[in-house]
Design a protein around this ligand. Structure first.
Ligand code: MCF
Ligand code: FE
Length: 401
């Protein structure tokens, strides 16, 4: 049993309580949080903070070797560069590459991440990850002639990931997007997700090009598909796509161009959104309307996406970018929301038993120090986001990692 004491204990409980000069008592689970708890406490020092460890819901670690090879600044140009460089980047990313990607997340206080795996090559490196992994086996492909082979390949990867299922490794399913997966394949894998009760992630309405393509079969995607695949017809309407996810646990990634009706649908089917602000900026797709997302009562997480569309996997940097980018929202309240987005909301999306400091939750915690005293309690979330890049300690299931 360990008892830590800090100047600020950010619980992320339902009331969003921040306790001053409080204690957290835990073994592998949180035993209690508050004052005068039993046992000897370790005081973490002046301006110290304890909060739930962060959760990065959406990454593509296969692309971790990318620094300068992909073409940022325009979505379709980026996609072309992904097609050109993907194989090479995957070959380059081996043990050390995954290790340092995980290390960067770990330093920024991340205890768990959602990984999109398109190849299955990352499995051998991630199965011994010190961080918890929710492993989303991706299905991608629109060509009906090879649909069966694509499905068999997916099944083999999904099955292999299932054999590794544990408290710290969970298999899951990703349908890449409405423009890149054949509807018959969508049905097949959604059926499996329901049967196996695993979470799903799907990229949705990331770019204006996707909006134009799915609505009208026009725009930059038309040229793209003609060039690469010679089939230039969208295979599904956005609303039909969303309806397929009824009675599943799905997170839609990006949603920058999702309209009101689609957001309404996402809300109705109790799905959630993962927001990747730096990725959206670098691929120049615009920014998610967070106010609308909130008005539709859709829970959202903030995630880094992969090095395929970011310069870092540091989740504190990501929420700082979000804080500075959403100029239409009050920074004080947005900051509170952003801390939720990388803790309790993220835990709910990935179906993990962490993300808040409450009795019975996994003891996944981080500690760090603020550079000074925060006089107004309301300002603590913003100060945390502004001043934190790396944490001092990370506990996962009560063990320091
Ligand atoms: O989220 C970003 C941007 N949107 C879509 N896909 C990806 C992102 N980062 C990596 N990807 C992957 C995706 O999983 O790139 C491939 C897929 O395997 C794109 S399609 C050739
Ligand atoms: Fe992504």
């Amino acid at each position: 049993m360990i008892k830590l004491k800090a100047d600020y204990v950010v619980t992320m409980n339902e009331k969003n309580e921040i306790l001053l000069n409080a204690e957290v008592l835990f073994s592998d689970k949180i035993i209690d949080v508050g004052y005068n708890l039993p046992g000897e406490s370790i005081y973490l020092g002046k301006n110290s903070v304890i909060m739930p460890a962060l959760i990065n819901t959406h990454t593509h670690l296969e692309f971790s070797k990318n620094k300068t090879s992909l073409n940022y600044g325009d979505f379709i140009t980026w996609l072309d560069s992904v097609i050109d460089s993907r194989e090479e980047l995957f070959i380059q990313c081996k043990g050390e590459c995954y290790k340092s990607a995980i290390e960067e997340m770990k330093k920024s206080g991340v205890c768990a991440f959602g990984e999109i795996s398109s190849s299955g090559e990352d499995l051998k490196y991630l199965k011994h990850s010190p961080l918890k992994v929710v492993y989303f086996n991706e299905i991608i492909g629109t060509n009906p002639a090879i649909a069966d082979a694509v499905y068999q390949d997916f099944l083999a990867r999904f099955k292999e990931s299932k054999t590794l299922q544990s408290d710290t490794f969970k298999p899951a399913i990703s349908i890449h997007s409405p423009y890149s997966v054949h509807p018959l394949l969508m049905d097949k894998v959604i059926y499996i997700a329901k049967k196996e009760n695993v979470p799903i992630q799907a990229h949705f309405m990331e770019s204006l090009a996707e909006r134009k393509w799915l609505d009208k079969g026009e725009g930059e995607f038309k040229i793209f598909f003609e060039k690469h695949f010679k089939n230039a017809k969208p295979l599904i309407k956005p609303m039909e796509f969303l309806e397929k996810f009824e009675n599943t646990n799905t997170t839609f990634i990006h949603c920058v161009y999702a309209n009101d009706k689609e957001l309404q649908k996402i809300s109705e089917i109790n799905a959630s959104i993962a927001h990747c602000p730096i990725s959206n900026r670098l691929l120049n797709v615009g920014k998610l309307d967070l106010e609308k997302v909130k008005n539709h009562s859709i829970p959202y997480s903030v995630a880094t996406d992969g090095m395929s569309s970011n310069y870092s996997l540091n989740l504190f940097k990501e929420i700082r970018a979000a804080l500075l980018m959403h100029t239409d929202l009050h920074p004080k309240y947005l900051a509170k929301d952003l801390l939720k987005s990388v803790t309790i909301n993220a835990a709910n999306q990935l179906k993990l038993n962490n993300g808040s400091i409450e009795k019975g939750k996994d003891a996944d915690l981080i500690t760090f120090k603020l550079p000074g005293k925060v006089k107004e309690k309301e300002n603590i979330p913003m100060q945390i986001i502004l001043h934190t890049n790396e944490v001092e300690e990370l506990y996962i299931n009560g063990k320091k990692v």
